[in-house]
Design a protein around this ligand. Structure first.
Ligand code: URA
Length: 445
């Protein structure tokens, strides 16, 4: 099958067969398709659209473009969580040990931060020594020993996605739901899991800010999970302000360890709440609990009695990290970091927050990357002190920038301050959990 014939068929609005899509993905992987041909077909898909069947062929071809892990020798349900990404979105570090402490095996393959959203691997690497580059054998061994492992994607997992994603990024073809679904689900299904909970963010810091788009994406992800035999549920969650108190790699690990240690603080109550909700849904999907209420009780007890914390500590040790940061999380703070207050310039209620602008500010002071091969400064970040609906006084701190030098702090602080809208009327609250998309309500079963 010649690439140009497949491209022409989609260019003219035709529906591609499973064999044509498989030929395309083979061509991506063995480099027999030139980048311009891959990009041309992706653009034709973007403009002409993909049918439900084409979307499914694409997921299948991308999934089997590499290794599909098989953990059938592990006698426990296997489950994972995926988030579409946000600002201060750190729940994986709590959910993996929490769910593992309830008897579920968690093969968590995570990514690095890109743009305004953070990545679990960067957060973990702020723990001295922590190794996120595990071979498949090491990954398997750790899941058996410790109940969960957190690692980056090896070259063998869904290799087609790595190349396709880079070309989509460079050709403005990322924001098309069937392509996003194929990209996310080919990687997640390759983990060999039985159950998957998807945290689909909505609001100003989400990759898809509009609720309708988040809902369409959530439904497509859940349907794809079902079609491939994985019990999947999506939770659409609010990203119209940073999650919890801290944004930035080491700062977020600090917040998670404090939560795992049971150290309550109102400023990170939403991080704890979302971690519990997603864990509970995962426990039901994995068959450990019969309903969400029971599952929440179980998950809460494992957070409160320290079992989830002990599991996290064990994992840090097993993955080569310094476990003393678990006992003394203040060690994660770099004493050389400068703090700079971001002050309100009006009195009133915080009515809106441009969360994307805060994520971009953290990225700009070194906490994130704009290109995949940029390095990150794990210690920098932002401490969010004022939340939506809070009453602030003129001159009171909205938050604190943690930066390496004060050189650019003034101009970045102005941008962060401008991310807050302050008005006279207290806004009605937006719930953290906006909507649940389960297979029975999305009409696919
Ligand atoms: N995240 C992914 O992994 N892939 C996409 O296409 C978009 C977001």
């Amino acid at each position: 099958m010649r690439p140009q014939d497949i491209i022409a068929k989609k260019r003219d609005g035709g529906e591609l067969t499973a064999d044509e899509i498989a030929a395309f993905i083979d061509g991506v992987c063995d480099d027999s398709w030139a980048d311009y041909q891959v990009s041309a077909l992706v653009m034709a898909m973007f403009i002409r659209g993909l049918s439900e069947a084409e979307g499914e062929h694409l997921v299948r071809s991308m999934l089997y473009s590499g290794e599909v892990l098989d953990f059938s020798d592990i006698d426990a349900p296997k489950a994972d969580k995926h988030s579409t990404g946000g600002v201060g979105d750190k729940t994986s570090l709590i959910i993996a040990p929490l769910v593992a402490s309830c008897g579920v095996a968690v093969p968590m393959i995570s990514g690095r931060g890109l743009g305004h959203t953070g990545g679990t691997l960067d957060k973990l690497e702020s723990i001295p020594g922590y190794n996120v580059k595990l071979s498949t054998d090491e990954f398997r061994g750790l899941i058996k020993r410790c109940g969960f492992a957190m690692s980056g994607q090896t070259a063998d997992i869904a290799p087609a996605d790595r190349k396709l994603y880079a070309l989509r990024d460079a050709t403005a073809t990322v924001p098309y739901i069937p392509l996003i679904v194929a990209s996310i689900m080919s990687k997640k299904l390759a983990e060999g899991i039985d159950a998957l909970v998807l945290d689909v963010k909505t609001g100003s810091g989400a990759f898809m800010p509009k609720l309708d788009d988040s809902l369409t994406l959530a439904e497509a992800l859940v349907r794809t999970g079902q079609n491939f035999g994985v019990r999947a549920e999506a939770v659409i969650t609010d990203m119209s302000q940073p999650l919890g108190r801290f944004v930035g790699n080491a700062l977020e690990v600090y917040e998670c360890i404090r939560i795992l240690k049971g150290e309550a603080d109102d400023s990170w109550a939403d991080t704890r709440e979302l971690s519990l909700e997603l864990s509970a849904r995962l426990l039901v999907l994995a068959g450990v609990s019969v309903n969400v209420e029971d599952a929440r009780g179980l998950a809460d007890s494992k957070l409160t009695d320290g079992a989830a914390f002990e599991k996290f500590r064990e994992n840090v040790q097993c993955q080569g990290g310094d476990p003393s940061v678990c006992d003394d999380p203040e060690k994660l703070f770099d004493p050389a970091i400068e703090k700079f207050d971001v002050l309100a310039d009006a009195e009133g209620y915080v009515t809106a927050i441009d969360t994307l602008a805060i994520g971009n500010a953290v990225c700009e002071i070194g906490g994130g990357r704009t290109k995949a091969d940029d390095s990150v400064d794990h210690a920098v970040g932002y401490e969010s002190l004022s939340r939506l609906g809070d009453n602030v006084a003129n001159g009171s701190p909205l938050g604190i920038l943690h930066c390496r030098t004060l050189e650019k702090a003034d101009s970045i602080a102005v941008r962060v301050k401008n991310a807050y809208t302050i008005g006279e009327v207290r806004p009605s609250g937006t719930p953290l959990i906006r909507q649940i998309v389960s297979p029975s309500t999305d009409g696919s079963d």
